[in-house]
Design a protein around this ligand. Structure first.
Ligand code: ACM
Length: 268
């Protein structure tokens, strides 16, 4: 296991409906980054504003399909751990998914738990807890975009030992990036939010995505940040095991000091 890794976010504007072209952008950025771990945006193979479930189905990827096979070859060829978001068809269900693809061929999926706005008309909600995966570059967790507003998602991963939360996003609200500071410091973990750029006007509204992809340390320091509107790869060197230290002062332990007996209303 590496003690210091090169982490990257590949911020770009997917071309709606052009899966093969978008995967070529992913490939170009993976090769340019030369990183140990790279995160790409939510739904980055398809574009965001799917009009209905039929359109979603037409753009969906199956994890057993050739697109993920291509990414497995890319991960192995470049020795890079790749995280990206895509629309997924799985057993007749349609998910807003992300996957961690490891150089050894392992693929771990996550189905977005908290669907945002009209996504509720298109996707089936996720049905499993966010995964934490032991890898050669640290313990990696997966969440997707709007999951950020539910602190329980990051906290569950922290309780399961996550060191780096990978957060593919298509953010349209202006304050998410700032909110991720809280997810990092309250859990003492690295967070990598990879947002897309550009606009889409595919329905009766225009959506403008806020870019500003960022890599935050386990203490909430901004290690790298992209602009709001340009395609770019940002990188930072990180030491994942720093996230195992949950102490804030010698007497304050982020996880150990929780008073769970007073929190029951959260889950009951
Ligand atoms: C979002 O969850 N795509 C805002």
């Amino acid at each position: 296991m590496k003690s210091v890794i090169k982490a990257a976010c590949g911020q770009f504007q997917p071309v709606f409906g052009e899966t093969t072209f978008n995967l070529s952008t992913v490939e170009r950025m993976v090769r340019a980054a030369d990183a140990d771990l790279i995160v790409f945006p939510e739904l980055c193979t398809s574009g965001y504003e799917l009009r209905d479930r039929d359109e979603m189905q037409a753009n969906a990827i199956s994890v057993a399909g050739r697109e993920i096979e291509r990414l497995k070859l890319l991960a192995s060829d470049t020795d890079t751990h790749i995280v990206l978001g895509f629309p997924e068809v799985d057993n007749g269900r349609l998910y807003n998914s992300s996957a961690l693809i490891e150089p050894n061929g392992n693929v771990t999926r996550y189905h977005k738990l908290h669907l945002f706005d009209r996504e509720k008309n298109i996707f089936d909600p996720g049905d499993t807890i966010p995964p934490v995966v032991e890898t050669e570059v640290g313990r990696i967790g997966l969440m997707i975009c709007f999951d950020w507003i539910f602190p329980e998602v990051a906290r569950i991963m922290a309780l399961n030992g996550v060191q780096i939360i990978c957060h593919p996003s298509n953010l349209v609200l202006s304050y998410c990036q700032r909110a991720m500071f809280a997810r990092s410091v309250e859990n003492g973990v690295f967070t990598m939010t990879c947002n897309r750029i550009g606009s889409e006007a595919r329905t009766d509204r225009t959506l403008t995505f806020t870019g500003g992809s960022q890599i935050l340390s386990n203490r909430g320091e901004m290690l790298a940040q992209a602009t709001p509107d340009s395609e770019e790869v940002i990188t930072a060197e990180i030491e994942p095991k720093l996230a195992d230290n949950k102490m804030i002062t010698a007497l304050n332990d982020r996880l150990g000091d929780r008073r769970v007996e007073f929190y029951r209303i959260i889950t009951d």
